[in-house]
Design a binder for this molecule. Structure first.
Ligand code: CA
Length: 234
């Protein structure tokens, strides 16, 4: 197969770098190695990989700055892999534009699952046409009609308020990705909104009550505690 997805792996610890690259190659991807931030930025522009896997703690610069640099000109999918486990580090990376965040240590299965999801997003992001044609977003039994501003579960209208609808469509447009509290609040209530999460949480609880069979065990909207929410994508 010569049409492999190419993945740039940026990691200064040689063992981890080799482990990630071997895992990717065993799963049919082409891996490109970078040890430093400088190398990473150079390879991103010269190889234009399909996906970047990025360690935050690099010898010459913070991985966060690479995300910021990259997002100035590219929507290339990017997964952060880091030993930093704090919620604020995750929030920071996601807000800077990372698509996903994986905490070390992680298993090969999990890595490959995240890679697959991130690559799928890069394709769905390009297929906005699909939404333009049908005017609908569909996740399992949930259908969101963007033109009519109505959401259905199994074709039954779930009667969302305007705010609830806005929140759900934001999540659906990037299903499978964690959207941070801050991102959701700014996109629903505006950039100057007071960024407390209370109102957001109340609205999310209401959406869950309307779309989930059992809101205590959600099948659609998942909470990433201290970080944000994501909608199931399959
Ligand atoms: Ca490191």
């Amino acid at each position: 197969m010569n049409n492999k997805f190419s993945i740039l792996v940026v990691e200064d610890e040689k063992n981890i770098l080799n482990f990630i690259c071997a895992t990717l190659e065993a799963n049919g991807y082409q891996a490109i190695k970078a040890f430093t931030g400088k190398q990473a930025l150079m390879y991103i522009t010269s190889y234009c990989p399909d996906l970047v896997i990025l360690d935050l703690g690099l010898p010459d610069m913070d991985g966060g700055n690479i995300i910021i640099e990259l997002r100035k000109w590219s929507q290339m999918p990017l997964i952060v892999v880091s030993a930093r486990t704090s919620e604020s580090d995750k929030v920071e990376a996601l807000d800077a534009g990372a698509d996903d965040y994986l905490t070390k240590p992680f298993g090969t299965q999990e890595l490959i699952a995240r890679v697959r999801t991130a690559l799928r997003h890069s394709r769905t992001r390009d297929s906005v046409e699909q939404v333009a044609l049908t005017g609908c977003l569909k996740v399992r039994d949930l259908t969101i009609d963007l033109a009519q501003r109505i959401a259905f579960i199994n074709e039954v209208n779930v009667h969302l308020t305007q705010i609830e609808f806005k929140l759900l469509s934001l999540l659906a447009k990037q299903a499978g990705r964690v959207l941070t509290y801050d991102y959701l609040i700014k996109n629903v209530w505006g950039p100057n909104a007071d960024s407390t999460t209370r109102t957001l949480r109340v609205n999310m609880a209401n959406i869950r009550r309307k779309i989930e069979e059992n809101p205590a065990e959600p099948q659609y909207i998942f909470t990433e505690i201290g970080v944000g929410y994501k909608l199931a994508d399959e």
